[in-house]
Design a protein around this ligand. Structure first.
Ligand code: RAT
Ligand code: ZN
Length: 453
């Protein structure tokens, strides 16, 4: 039956949002079985790069001095600065407090008792890391989280090579930034380490395929560099030949070693190595293996390199790059998010034109309550429920608790208003609310993965 009043409507929205099991489609979490890569506990929480950058803003300590401290010492200085000297009002600091509350440490927080907090975290893990890990997933109501698995990282991949099993709460994604950046050096090195012979395009393809069959990723992914660009090859130019792999007749490929045309060599030499890896490895493989390509666009890496992970900035990008990719590769699914608020609006417009695009999440610098609300409302208005409202980007296990709490709070505020509009139009009920909530928290994503293009 339809809601009898706004009070019932709002409490139903809150209840559905609080209880839906979410698919977290991009995180940096790794399973407890990958021991050295499994980040958990107060020291990891306080060393999170969002907090490091907040700490650096006001601290008088030299950056190099801070960076040379031990992890435990960094925890203490960040704690003293951001949680004692100041009031934790930012998204990232409130997050830590929310984790403490969520894990029964309200008293320790009240007393600002860092040592008490450290021992409570140890006690929580006493029953074993896998049990603890499971308890965090179930408390956060996360169905599963997609990891970021980097085949260029020897230490990370050793666990996959050894075939270590891990919880079903984790799914894999193959992160291949050097393919998009055209970094042949990194690619050749990783291939050599994995014992793949040869260094041409076919060898690179073979290497990527081997990893795909080893880890069965949900998608291939990369975060684009600031100067990332993609140009369609101009068909009118000598040396450019169409292939019809996509059947769409739009996709172009450079046949570099074709000598039927005088200018072919010259044309080929103008194609830099980066377009080779993107156009001749990554995109064709995404199509062949039917794996979406997830792109995170808008990071300006290392604007202040002394800060390490905390030193990345932001750029608003030219949307025609994504437009060309979507046009040229209609059989490749693109999962895309942007760092810039401005780009998030344009992305909604593009989504309405291309069914091979799925937009997801409020990433990093837009992962703030006010911006999540704004972006989510805009997406609902422009796309209905054909998007995924959020991903967490968690690096530390317990961040699942706060990042999703904050995002659920923002979603409730948006949906109370948006569902009310539907209700005022002639009524709606719990099932209507559930459909919306389930679709934008993972349902639409899974549907997109299954969709035949
Ligand atoms: O959000 C982050 O933690 C960033 O440091 C990046 O890792 C970003 O999410 C990415 O995946 O490139
Ligand atoms: Zn990330």
């Amino acid at each position: 039956s339809h809601f009898k009043d706004v009070v019932e409507l709002e409490s139903t929205v809150d209840d559905e949002v609080d209880n839906v099991e979410i698919i977290d489609l991009h995180t940096h979490l790794l399973p407890s079985e990958h021991s050295d890569k499994f980040l958990t506990g107060i020291d990891e929480l306080l060393n999170y790069h969002y907090l490091v950058s907040e700490y650096i803003m006001s601290s008088e300590m030299k950056v190099s001095e801070f960076m040379n401290l031990t992890k435990e010492r960094k925890t203490e200085v960040i704690w003293n600065e951001l949680f004692i000297r100041m009031t934790p009002v930012s998204e990232a600091t409130r997050g830590v407090v929310n984790v403490l509350k969520g894990l029964g440490m309200a008293k320790e927080w009240k007393e600002r008792d860092l040592n008490g907090i450290r021992s409570k975290f140890l006690a929580l893990r006493a029953s074993g890391d896998d049990a603890y890990e499971e308890s965090i997933f179930s408390l956060s109501k996360i169905k599963y989280a997609v990891m970021t698995n980097i085949p260029f990282s020897k230490e990370e991949m050793k666990h996959f090579k050894e075939g270590t099993t891990f919880s079903k709460r984790y799914r894999t994604a193959l992160r291949v930034d050097p393919l998009l950046e055209g970094d042949w050096g990194k690619v050749k090195l990783a291939m050599a380490e994995d014992g793949i012979k040869g260094s041409g395009i076919p060898a690179v393809k073979k290497w990527v395929k081997t990893w795909c069959s080893k880890i069965s990723p949900e998608y291939l992914m990369a975060s684009t560099p600031k100067n990332f660009t993609y140009e369609s090859v101009d068909m009118t130019q000598p040396g450019a030949f169409a292939t019809n792999v996509s059947g769409a007749g739009k996709k172009r490929k450079i046949e570099q070693d074709d000598d039927c045309c005088e200018d072919a060599g010259e044309q080929a030499s103008r194609i830099n190595e980066s377009s080779d890896l993107l156009k001749e490895v990554l995109l064709p493989l995404a199509e062949e293996l039917q794996l979406p390509l997830a792109l995170k666009i808008g990071c300006d890496r290392q604007v202040n390199p002394t800060l390490g992970l905390a030193g990345d900035g932001i750029v608003t990008v030219d949307m025609s790059i994504l437009l060309r990719l979507l046009q040229d590769w209609p059989k490749v699914k693109f999962l895309v998010t942007f760092l810039s608020l401005e780009n998030q609006h344009s992305a909604c417009v593009l989504k309405g034109k291309f069914r091979n695009l799925h937009i997801y999440g409020c990433w990093w610098y837009v992962n703030q309550g006010s911006l999540i609300e704004r972006i989510t409302r805009m997406r609902l208005e422009m796309l209905g429920t054909n998007f995924t409202f959020q991903h967490s980007d968690c690096r530390v296990l317990e961040q699942l608790l706060y990042k999703w709490k904050h995002s659920r709070e923002a979603l409730k505020l948006v949906l109370r208003g948006e569902i009310r509009k539907v209700w005022e139009n002639g009524g709606c009920n719990r099932a209507d609310v559930r459909k919306v909530v389930e679709r934008i928290t993972g349902g639409s994503y899974e549907e997109f993965l299954k969709m035949r293009l």
